[in-house]
Design a protein around this ligand. Structure first.
Ligand code: C2E
Ligand code: MG
Ligand code: MG
Ligand code: MG
Length: 286
């Protein structure tokens, strides 16, 4: 009896695992096809100056519209694209699409300094050997300056292999690209390494911003990250700003930029263009 029960349990477990593996495998096949069929779309979320309240640039955030599953979150497919190496062609498509869009916006909405585009780089992309060449080529094709592009590298990826990350970052800086550390505060950061990263910006993770008004500890963490960044010559973007109170508090703490639902959710290129239109028309008739 006990043996039978055990066997039965084993089978249930195996079936569950089997289903998971099949599901994952199917997702992987779909991901391959999605790249060929161009099922991806870039959404853009504005990054806003907390001093002038103006849009200074956008972060490109990839979306997958799967005809069968509908919308698949990047939190779900980016890790899979990483594991399977599909992030390389997908990442190249993202870079190209984001650069083309930025070139259009810079021509349509000239500002000084020009509008910027932030692009997320995953771990696998960072160590891709032709990354620098590829970016250089994309800059040439789109006529953009390196300074207009900001590459976001998560703290976790940067800390995973500090020496390698630093040497790649230095090579990226030879193209005048800007760099930022994404989701700062969620990984294991050693402060003794932070100053060695040749980065321009720290992005405070959303989790601290969202708790900032609840606990004094979180407010203190946000304040400390801002002070630390400035001491290291970096500016700060606060992620996940959802309320006017958070915006005001961050501004009073000296945080330069904000990003979050309070300003805009990530939106398609047409809607993002309308945001810029509104800002520019307001300026002309002010
Ligand atoms: P991330 O780079 O930290 O991007 C910020 C995420 O926070 C986005 O989620 C954005 O929609 C969300 N967010 C922004 N403001 C708010 C807010 O006020 N409240 C809340 N609750 N959420 C907010 P998303 O687009 O789902 O992307 C998740 C993650 O997937 C990104 O985190 C990034 O790590 C990765 N990812 C997205 N697009 C790309 C890409 O093109 N390439 C790579 N390698 N990774 C990407
Ligand atoms: Mg990011
Ligand atoms: Mg982030
Ligand atoms: Mg994040």
């Amino acid at each position: 009896r006990a043996k039978d029960l055990g066997k039965g349990r084993h089978e249930v477990f195996a079936t569950g695992m089997h289903t998971q593996i099949v599901k994952r495998f199917q997702l992987e096949i779909d991901l391959h096809r999605a790249i060929e069929q161009q099922e991806f779309e870039l959404y853009y979320q504005s990054i806003v100056s907390l001093t002038t309240a103006r849009i200074v640039g956008f972060e490109a955030l990839v979306r997958w519209n799967n005809p069968q599953y509908g919308f698949v979150s990047p939190a779900e497919f980016i890790p899979l694209a990483e594991e399977t190496g599909l992030i390389i062609p997908l990442g190249q498509w993202i870079l190209q699409a984001a650069c083309q869009q930025l070139a259009v916006w810079q021509a349509q909405f000239p500002t000084n300094p020009p509008l910027m585009m932030s692009i997320n780089l995953s771990g696998h992309q960072l160590t891709q050997c032709d990354l620098v060449d590829y970016i250089e080529q994309t800059l040439q094709e789109t006529g953009l300056n390196g300074e207009s592009l900001k590459l976001e590298i998560t703290e976790t990826v940067a800390m995973n292999d500090v020496e390698t990350a630093i040497s790649i970052m230095l090579r990226l800086r030879t193209l005048n690209l800007r760099l930022s550390i994404d989701d700062f505060g969620t990984g294991y950061s050693s402060l003794s390494y932070l100053h060695r990263f040749p980065v321009n910006t720290l992005k405070i993770d959303r989790s601290f911003v969202s708790r900032m008004e609840d606990t004094d500890e979180d407010a203190a963490i946000v304040q400390t990250i801002i002070m630390l960044s400035h001491a290291l010559g970096m500016d700060v973007v606060a992620e996940g700003v959802e309320t006017a109170a958070q915006q005001a508090k961050l501004h009073s703490l000296g945080c330069e930029y904000g990003q979050g639902y309070f300003f805009s959710k990530p939106v398609d290129s047409k809607t993002a263009t309308a945001l810029l239109d509104k800002q520019f028309n307001n300026m002309m008739f002010a």
